[in-house]
Ligand binder design. Structure first.
Ligand SMILES: *Cc1c(COP(=O)(O)O)cnc(C)c1O
Length: 402
């Protein structure tokens, strides 16, 4: 298997940093002890886990005792939501948004069948929340507010600290899915209003199969995976030592590269976006371009299908996405773009490019080179070019026949 693709799908997953692999490998070979064991062999491993926890805590401005390892971002989201509800059994209301990741939305949907009521906050055309709507939704019955830091599809960043101040007044627990924010923008839990925060290793140049949940000291937490005493009784199961070591190193490297990476990726992203907008007629940027992750651009190309663009890009070895990896393949338009109320003409023709610190100028040039002709080819085949009403009707018919 060979890989020389131009990888612009970093919000789906990232390449593991070679330095991360290097520090992780000995814990798959020589140092296989159980960190909870009494003997020196296990103790050495326990010490390495403590160091890794310090590295991760440092990136977040957190205390080591506030970090609980999980198997992934999805587990972190699930654990935080369940824990907040278990800790306050008398409260039966949850506030979230319409644009969350399925790891939050699908938990909330299930909770609705179990006697909880859920408010799904709306977003405007830029994908931003209305803080008055948020404030109006909070009651004494609200156990939990769970809102993402940055959107995986559009990169839109929510004003988490402003939201947190309002949540605090209501007495609810505030959980933030920060899987797309950690390692991409600076975070400091010391000065934050966030009670719990979820992150995932494979989104920040660490391996798959490891994540973490930050739990602010003093926040009531009830685990939903029960067993041994690992993670101070908050997440049972023998630690995934190699992945924990890897996540520590990945966090250290992210912190080290953060400022430089933000500037570099933003410049490359902006050049990609501005050039495509200038060269290709009838396309728009989706999301809040002022409050946005530096690595993400989501562009809607009118009158054509995002999936068709992706297939042609793929022929040139360019990996992008038509939204979240979790919903693509279903051909349903993205729930995020739908919540933003985008017109049908762009809803189906939207593509996400997400960069990382390995993205090069030459790779961006290559995308700029091929995109105009791809869009032109597809539009030439589209029966609805320059015909918004016809396009809309065609899409509705196609949906009806599914
Ligand atoms: C990827 C992602 C998740 C899920 O993380 P996994 O580690 O893949 O389970 C959750 N939330 C957001 C915003 C994500 O982008």
């Amino acid at each position: 298997m060979q890989n020389n693709c131009i990888y612009l799908d970093n919000n789906a997953t990232t390449k593991v940093d070679p330095e991360v692999i290097e520090v992780m490998l000995p814990y798959l070979t020589d140092y296989y002890g159980n960190p909870s064991s009494m003997h020196t062999f296990g103790g050495q491993v326990g010490k390495a886990v403590r160091t890794a926890r310090e590295q991760l805590a440092a990136m977040l401005g957190a205390d080591e005792s506030e970090i609980v390892y999980t198997s992934c971002g999805t587990e972190g989201d699930n654990a935080a939501i369940r824990a907040a509800l278990l800790a306050q059994p008398e409260k039966r209301h949850i506030v979230t948004t319409q644009v969350e990741h399925p790891a939050v939305l699908n938990v909330c949907k299930q909770l609705e069948t179990q006697g909880y009521s859920v408010t799904y906050l709306s977003v405007n055309h830029q994908g931003q929340l209305d803080l008055d709507e948020l404030e109006a939704s909070l009651t004494g019955n609200t156990a939990l507010v769970t809102i993402m830091y940055a959107n995986n599809e559009t990169g839109t960043i929510f004003p988490i600290e402003q939201i947190g101040l309002r949540v605090k007044e209501s007495g609810a627990i505030f959980h933030v899915d920060a899987v797309q924010a950690v390692g991409k923008i600076p975070l400091n839990m010391k000065t934050s209003t966030v009670d719990m925060l979820t992150l995932s290793g494979h989104k920040l140049h660490g391996p798959k199969g490891i994540g973490a949940l930050y739990i602010r000291r003093g926040v009531r937490f009830r685990p939903f995976i029960l067993g041994g005493h690992q993670e101070r009784g908050r997440r049972a199961g023998t630690e995934n030592v190699p992945a924990i070591i890897a996540l520590g190193k990945a966090a250290e490297l992210e912190l080290l590269h953060l400022e430089e990476a933000i500037a570099r990726e933003r410049k490359l992203r902006d050049r990609l976006e501005q050039t495509l907008l200038a060269k290709i007629p009838d396309c728009v940027v989706n999301g809040d371009v002022t409050q946005r992750l530096p690595n993400t651009t989501n562009i809607g190309f009118k009158y054509i299908e995002g999936e068709a663009i992706l297939l042609l890009l793929n022929k040139y070895g360019i990996c992008a996405s038509s939204g979240s990896a979790c919903t693509s393949g279903s051909l349903e338009p993205s729930h995020v773009l739908r919540a933003m109320g985008l017109p049908y003409t762009t809803l189906h023709g939207s593509i996400r490019f997400s960069l990382c610190r390995y993205t090069t100028e030459a790779e961006i040039d290559q995308v700029i080179e091929v995109m105009p002709s791809i869009v032109e080819r597809l539009r030439a085949l589209s029966p609805f070019k320059n015909d918004d009403a016809g396009w809309l009707q065609g899409q509705e018919q196609a949906l009806a026949h599914r």
